[in-house]
Design a protein around this ligand. Sequence first.
Ligand code: HPA
Length: 237
Amino acid sequence: MIPTPHIESRNKDEIAKTVLMPGDPLRAKFIADTFLADVKQFNGVRNVLGYTGTYNGRKISVMASGMGMPSIGIYSYELYKFYHVENIIRIGSCGGYTPDAKLYDVILAKDAWSESSYAKVQGGYESDVIEGTPELNQRLMRFADELGIPMQIARIHSSDVFYRENFEEYKKIYDKYGCVAVEMEAFALFHNAKVLGKNAACLLTVSDNLATHEATTSEERQNAFTNMMKIALEMAE
Ligand code: HPA
């Protein structure tokens, strides 16, 4: 059933088995322009840009997810189910919940805790924790090690809400569930991978910290995310 409502490619081979997913379409373009060779754009619907190219001669795709679980829920489902994508690695930013999550630190999400109804509504899944795919995480840990890039492996919070009225609530989520940082997509991505028998991982760079109130500018972020991208790009095959 391709093209899909949200992806216009008419040929499955235009998309690699492994797709890197930043939230921002312009970051997808930046990654394609900066790191990939022989680049071909395969999606432009709603400006959710998707590209396939090669990294050190190996094929890989990069496509934006948009922000939030409804958005990544749609794009990851269509890639897995209709384009035969096997691996999706989210590469995103997160807000640290503890002073130990320092600006620009790279975090690999072992699992995601969420109060979202996404997994329950999508497939009747009742738990509020979903793991990333352990085999992918092991590969990413090995790549980080080989590249000499420090990386924490931890539980993260996937939130539906960026602006909470009760700002202090993050402390409870850290204390009660052990989430070291917050983002807005991993839980839905991990769920889709699980129901479709596919693989998913989530790499994050700390862009702000709720405990220390530190934050990066959007220009600073573009370069600072290079470490995370290098780890993820090693997934090319
Ligand atoms: N909240 C939610 N998602 C985020 C944040 C945050 O503070 N920072 C980066 N992604």
